[in-house]
Design a protein around this ligand. Structure first.
Ligand code: NAP
Length: 506
């Protein structure tokens, strides 16, 4: 089957898996629908309900393609990545509109999501010509010592819906440039975004079997990928609950696994901060992507003298935020991803009413046609304590907790008092305080005088503590997830030379 639209144009299109270079149906014969979260009457498409047998076929295709792809010179592999990046750039607007329709983020942010894909494709294309190892002097004469990276085999890539193009690119690009082949399972909330990406990968020239797409549920398709003995490495981004389950299962097989999980990111506002700038940064980080970023700011830790002026600014500006379909360029805040997400946010708002003081928001948004989608008012609570549940647990929605503290020391303690460690920020005009924060904050990313979002692809991305398991995406360190090191010694002395022995006195 090609990328099928099996019915007349007016009807909902049906899309296939992509296995061994062919678009195909699932062995289940079943499909599932993806809906527009801004108007759930709008069905984006029907997608294959994948099975274990489908995954087995995709793994077989990836295994078959591996020797050829591994032996393709890395610069040649990089050229295909570059072609893919160029196609993404060329189709940016179409992809961004499709993304907004399928998962709701406002169109400007959807363009940014595609752009991250372009950026990582170009960065990793360059790695095709770098991929550096070490060449070091040997301790013995007439001996050469060096290390090289080699691919692991088939990479299983499992992604969430909140960056439905950027995250698959963050994972597939380093996996592919290093010579691995891929089985990719996207979130069931964003199979169309994944399909559009894979169409462009095929067009860019990745040979059949190098990149395979299987849609379907986490329990069926995800588990089959995680449990397969023929998958050498799993790269997963998603919730901590799913990540821990994957870690347990892969641990039994000593399989390599890279986990990028939840966050509870804090912004510290000190007394000398530019409060207007802080307000800009906090609102962008808290309510952008409707609070559904792993790097979203959900805790603002503020020293007491500036709590009231900051809250006044936050409330005034939040009141002006416009909710609606992200396809409308005037809209600031789109819908939540699905009904379950809206229920979860509502339940945390109930908790928040008991723990803090509701400043603004606190309800589902239903006016002006919003009841057709999963909209929730941007919500702020004041007077939250650092260990309150709304100050500790990932809500993944537009809910911000303002936590008052006495000074920098108590702000730093409160910031670090979470089980997560992805992103943090500090607003201050004092260079000494800024450097203290850069030293003290226990997160993988720290911003000074900016919100908690805005990572660029050429530095490592990932979190401390329960946000992950020590791996990083992006930057050249992303190659570590997808490669084994091989150290090579070449002795050209023509005689036996014993390291640590023959070069010692006596
Ligand atoms: P999720 O529910 O954990 O799902 C993530 C992916 O895992 C989806 O493709 C899902 O498939 C799949 N999955 C579910 N159960 C599985 C299983 N048993 N085995 C294998 N795969 C399984 O997370 P989400 O709601 O999509 O994403 C939101 C979370 O991602 C938040 O916690 C957020 O903080 C985190 N996130 C972290 C980062 C980071 O870099 N640290 C970046 C973005 C998002 P289905 O969709 O079919 O269930």
């Amino acid at each position: 089957m090609t990328r099928t639209e099996t019915a007349p144009a007016v009807e909902t299109p049906t899309y296939g898996h992509f296995i061994a270079g062919e678009w195909c149906e699932s062995t289940s014969g079943a499909t599932f629908e993806s809906h527009n979260p801004a108007d759930t009457r709008d069905v984006v498409g029907r997608f294959q309900q994948g099975t274990k047998a489908d995954v087995a076929m995709a793994i077989k295709a990836a295994e078959t393609a591996f020797p050829m792809w591994h032996r393709t010179p890395a610069p040649k592999r990089g050229e295909i990545l570059y072609a893919f990046g160029a196609l993404l750039a060329q189709h940016k607007e179409r992809l961004a509109e499709a993304m907004t329709r399928e998962m709701g983020k406002v169109i400007a942010e959807a363009r940014g999501d595609v752009q991250e894909g372009v950026d990582i494709a170009y960065l990793m294309a360059g790695e095709g010509r770098r991929m550096a190892g070490d060449t070091v002097p040997s301790e013995l004469p007439d001996k050469w010592a060096m290390s090289i990276r080699q691919p692991l085999g088939v990479a299983g890539i499992i992604t969430p819906w909140n960056f439905p193009m950027a995250i698959p690119c963050w994972k597939t690009m380093p996996a592919l440039v290093t010579g691995n082949t891929v089985v990719f399972k996207p979130s069931s909330d964003t199979p169309h975004c994944a399909t559009l990406l894979v169409e462009l990968m095929a067009e860019a020239g990745f040979p059949p079997g190098v990149l395979n797409l299987v849609t379907g549920s986490g329990g069926e398709v995800g588990d089959a990928i995680v449990d397969s003995p023929d998958i050498a490495v799993i790269s997963f981004t998603g919730s901590s609950a799913t990540g821990k389950r994957i870690a347990e299962r892969t641990g039994r097989r000593l399989k390599r696994v890279s986990l990028e999980l939840g966050g509870k990111n804090g912004v510290v506002v000190l007394a000398d901060a530019d409060l207007d700038l802080a307000t800009d940064g906090i609102l962008w980080s808290a309510f952008g992507t409707t609070g559904q970023r792993c790097t979203a700011a959900s805790r603002v830790i503020v020293v007491r003298p500036v709590v009231e002026p900051l809250l006044a600014r936050l409330e005034t500006r939040t009141r002006t935020l416009r909710l609606g379909s992200g396809l409308d360029p005037a809209v600031d805040v789109g819908p939540l991803i699905n009904a379950g997400a809206a229920d979860k946010v509502a339940s945390y708002v109930d908790i928040g009413r008991r723990e803090g003081d509701l400043v603004i928001g606190g309800a589902r948004a239903t006016g002006d046609g919003l009841a057709l989608g999963h909209f929730f008012e941007p919500t702020i609570f004041a007077g939250v304590a650092p260990m309150d549940r709304i100050g500790q647990e990932e809500i993944f929605g537009p809910v911000l907790s303002v936590i008052p503290v006495e000074d920098y020391g108590s702000a730093m303690l409160a910031l670090n008092q979470t089980r997560y460690g992805l992103s943090s920020s500090v607003f201050t005009r004092d260079v000494n305080q800024a450097f203290r924060a850069m030293r003290d904050f226990e997160t993988g990313i720290v911003y000074v005088n900016a919100g908690t979002t805005g990572a660029e692809v050429h530095l490592p991305f990932g979190g401390w503590k329960e946000t992950g398991n020590g791996h990083r995406e992006a930057g050249h360190v992303a190659l570590d997830t997808y490669t084994e090191w091989k150290s090579i010694y070449v002795d050209f002395s023509g005689r036996l030379q014993r390291a640590q022995i023959d070069n010692q006195p006596g």
